[in-house]
Design a protein around this ligand. Structure first.
Ligand code: NOJ
Ligand code: CA
Length: 528
């Protein structure tokens, strides 16, 4: 498997740093905490840790408002601490990926403070400043993803600036070559330190219409949806010029050898695959988020897998994401039993899986009382925006300890449920054991890591497909229903089942029974 890059062979594990492990009792996770848990992460069997932003930040959007791109927020630690963490990870064989947030900075970033100081400041053009429209209002109708107009009036210089997210997150002007150079230096700063790659925040939003045209109304808008859905994002997202920016980031990474560029992109599959670049010179992996919102039934998932495989250019490496810090947790979306099926799905599909911390123990969305809400997206769009706190609750390490062992202080968000790593550790039937088995099986299986995916079929509630490499064939069957079901199979042996007692059993040629919500990986005896 050596000719595949590490990020093609491997599995990525996302850590939301505020919530992984607190080491100093302030109730917020930090780098020492992450470092202390790296043995756990390595033993789980993943290959890379992606850490959401840890840069100095006023934390208006919990680190996605960066005030210094080349340092660490004191709340999380120090630059030296980060280097130690990275050294520790590398010694354990884990790669380290950072979150790169180039679309916007914090309004407290010195670049913005300079830009805002006067109209003729050399950094004025680093952000998107515009005069009011003739009626004195905002320059156009663009809406913020956090509610309201995307334009903020600035009294001092008498112009508006654009922010796709919070007003504390002014968008940078990527048409300005100085901005491009400054951001390129940021990439190089972390690459020089040894970082193995980046997940790039809102890559598809990076560049906006040069003429600042009004976005057209969205005919499909339904009342109650977030405000910005009132408009199609015709001039504020997925602009043709973005691809040149992606290429240039990739070119920088390529100078450093095997580093990975991953793009956060919420678009349709045909739009998404363009981010690989015309000849694969774009992002290594534009994140494939389809499973985050997929209707959970065999037919829909089968269609999704087939369509994605067909849409991918021949040079493009696929990837799948089951959870992240912006979406409800998989165990809450599909329920505990189907979350086990989802684990088998994620780790047997073709392409690199990304796993969200805590999903490996089946963490569910936490309950957040109204006076505990932290997420600015929810606080600023009450009743409209589904908050993101529930999926950001602290990692549950040990249910016998206060705050599940996450902190000795008061956690910044409540602990969601009682289950924990400690409780599941020795239990063969637990979610954690299932994930460990899956990760270990995947690691050793050429068919799973690099094989083709074929015969993706839904029959009733059962989804089946094959992973083939050389003369090996694995048959995967997922019962996505709440009743037992039969599945037609070749003869083989069960390598893994969500029903643990079944492992090692024979599968016969013809009809085999699957229990409710059972998923199996079968090694086929004599593949044709
Ligand atoms: C996407 C991030 O994942 C999300 O958490 C953040 O609020 C926005 N980008 C803005 O940076
Ligand atoms: Ca802390």
């Amino acid at each position: 498997m050596s000719e595949l890059a590490w990020w093609q062979r491997g599995v990525i594990y996302q850590v939301y740093p505020r919530s992984f492990q607190d080491s100093n009792g302030d109730g917020i996770g930090d780098l020492s905490g992450i470092s202390a848990r790296l043995e756990y992460v390595a033993a789980l069997g993943v290959d890379a840790v992606w850490i959401s932003p840890i840069y100095p930040s006023p934390m208006a959007d919990f680190g996605y408002d960066v005030a210094d791109y080349c340092n660490i927020d004191p709340m999380f630690g120090t630059l030296d601490g980060f280097k130690q963490l990275m050294g520790h990870a590398h010694r354990l064989g884990l790669k380290v990926l950072l979150d790169f947030v180039p679309n916007h900075s914090s309004n407290r970033h010195p670049w913005f403070e300079e830009s805002r100081s006067s109209r003729d400041n050399p950094k004025r053009d680093w952000y998107l400043w515009r005069d009011p429209s003739p009626d004195g209002g905002p320059p156009n109708n663009w809406l913020s993803r956090m509610g309201g107009s995307a334009w903020e009036w600035d009294e001092v210089t008498g112009q508006y600036y654009y922010h796709a997210f919070l007003r504390e997150q002014p968008d940078l002007n990527w048409r300005n070559p100085q901005v491009r150079r400054a951001m390129d230096q940021v990439l190089r700063f972390w690459l020089d330190l040894g970082v193995d790659g980046f997940r790039v925040d809102v890559l598809w939003l990076l560049i906006k219409d040069a003429q600042f045209r009004d976005n057209p109304p969205n005919p499909g808008y339904l009342p109650g949806e977030p405000d910005h859905h009132r408009l199609l994002q015709t001039y504020t997202e997925d602009q043709p010029d973005v691809h040149e920016l992606v290429r240039s980031m990739r070119a920088t990474l390529d100078e450093y050898g095997e580093r990975v560029l991953i793009g956060e992109i919420y678009l349709t599959v045909p739009q998404l695959v363009k981010y690989y670049g015309v000849n694969g010179e774009g992002a290594h992996m534009p994140f494939n988020f389809q499973l985050l919102s997929a209707r959970w039934n065999a037919e829909n998932i089968a269609r999704m897998i087939r369509d994605y495989d067909v849409a991918l250019p021949e040079y493009a490496w696929p990837n799948w994401v089951l959870g992240n810090h912006d979406n409800p947790r998989v165990a809450s979306r599909v329920g505990a039993a189907q979350a086990r099926v989802a684990a088998v799905l994620l780790l047997t599909l073709r392409g690199t899986p990304t796993l969200y911390y805590g999903d490996e123990i089946g963490m569910t969305d936490g309950y957040i009382a109204s006076d505990q809400i932290q997420d600015p997206a929810e606080l600023r769009q009450p009743g409209i925006c589904q908050g993101r706190d529930p999926e950001r609750t602290p990692m549950q390490w040990d249910g016998s300890l206060p705050n599940a062992g996450f902190t000795e202080g008061k956690p910044w968000l409540p602990i969601a449920t009682a289950t924990s790593v400690r409780e599941q550790d020795g239990d063969m039937a637990s979610m954690l054991s299932l994930y460990r088995r899956l990760l270990s099986l995947r690691r050793g299986s050429a068919a799973l890591v690099r094989g083709t995916i074929e015969n993706v079929v839904a029959e009733g509630d059962v989804l089946t497909y094959e992973r083939r490499y050389g003369n090996q064939c694995l048959f995967i069957a997922l019962n996505m229903g709440a009743d037992a079901a039969t599945v037609q199979s070749h003869a083989g042996m069960v390598l893994l089942s969500t029903v643990t007692t079944r492992i090692g059993d024979a599968f016969v040629q013809g009809a085999n029974l699957l229990a409710a919500s059972e998923a199996v990986i079968v090694i086929v005896d004599s593949p044709s």
